[in-house]
Design a protein around this ligand. Structure first.
Ligand code: GLU
Length: 297
């Protein structure tokens, strides 16, 4: 059904060259926009200033143009909009659903080990990070100020339980999202969220006042994204995104989590899968239509 107000984005992070998995995701997004008669945007997610490089941004344009894609100008680059994310963080601070956490990774590991728990058995979030054991969560305001004055580095963590309670209260019931394509479990329609799987997830840092989770919800709202299309690996991230959207009074988009492209051994492609890089494939003589054939789109 034509939906002319549909706005769909492809939002790569320029921390490596694009591979076949990105090609699938970009083509999927552009085709969904075309199918709906809507608009297609490209967004550069370069908040990780340490890992993102200009040559990878140039590589994104080069590879996507080669695939035959066109997108609207100007392209939003997250590194130019830290003030927007800072404003959202301030709102979360005002709601008292985030707290500064001064723990280093070593300190987190030590706390778990000191508790006599085998690291292998400690729960991890859907991204594989150890669930935060809560150090610094309940320290006094005085202690918090002292650590800040000392110039200690810190991350802003979401008090996930408190955030869920507030969000449920705000929305007047359980928070859900609408999945059009298919969850990793193969279902579509109304999906329940399980943000507690992430524990007290980091939403910003002292030096970079944002995170993937925070910038993505702010930008999707600012750019009026109606359909968030992305790989199924990011399905659990949607739990956090929906929670943040409710807390920040942002609109709820529809979600389409598409299948992932795997190599011949069934392993999901990653940035290290160099042989599947679009530049290398192009230099080896592959054409855009052969790329489409390889990924089945
Ligand atoms: N920037 C993210 C990535 O490259 C994708 C963000 C999204 O589509 O939500 O994995």
């Amino acid at each position: 059904m034509p939906t002319p107000d549909a706005i769909i984005r492809f939002a790569p992070s320029p921390n490596g060259r694009l591979h076949l998995g990105h090609a699938y995701s970009a083509l999927y997004a552009a085709e969904k926009a075309a199918e709906l008669g809507g608009r297609f945007l490209l967004r550069i997610e370069d908040i990780d200033v340490g890992r993102c490089r200009p040559e990878f941004v140039a590589g994104i344009y080069e590879d996507l143009e080669w695939l035959g894609l066109t997108w609207e100008m100007p392209v939003r680059r997250q590194s130019e909009h830290f003030a927007d994310y800072e404003a959202a963080l301030k709102k979360l601070r005002d709601l008292e659903v985030v707290y500064p956490c001064f723990a280093t990774r070593r300190e987190i590991e030590r706390t778990i080990a000191d508790g006599g728990i085998d690291m292998e058995r400690w729960p991890r979030d859907p991204d594989g990070a150890l669930l935060y054991p809560g150090i610094y969560k309940d320290i006094s305001t005085k202690e918090r100020s002292r650590l800040m004055w000392e110039g200690r580095t810190y991350a802003w963590r979401l008090d996930t339980q408190k955030a869920i309670e507030l969000a449920v209260k705000k929305s007047g019931g359980p928070i859900t999202f609408n999945e059009l394509e298919g969850s990793p479990f193969g279902d579509t329609g109304c999906q329940k969220i399980e943000p507690e799987l992430f524990g007290d997830v980091v939403v910003a840092r002292k030096d970079v006042p944002t995170s993937y989770h925070l910038s993505v919800v702010v930008d999707d709202a600012l750019q009026n994204i109606t359909h968030v299309t992305r790989g199924r690996d990011l399905y659990p991230a949607t739990y956090i995104h929906r929670l943040l959207q409710v807390l920040l009074d942002l609109p709820e988009p529809l979600y389409c989590h598409h299948r992932l492209i795997e190599d011949e051994t069934g392993r999901r492609l990653s940035k290290s899968a160099k042989d599947m890089g679009l530049k290398d494939l192009r230099e080896a003589g592959k054409t855009p239509s052969e790329i489409r054939q390889m990924i089945g789109i």
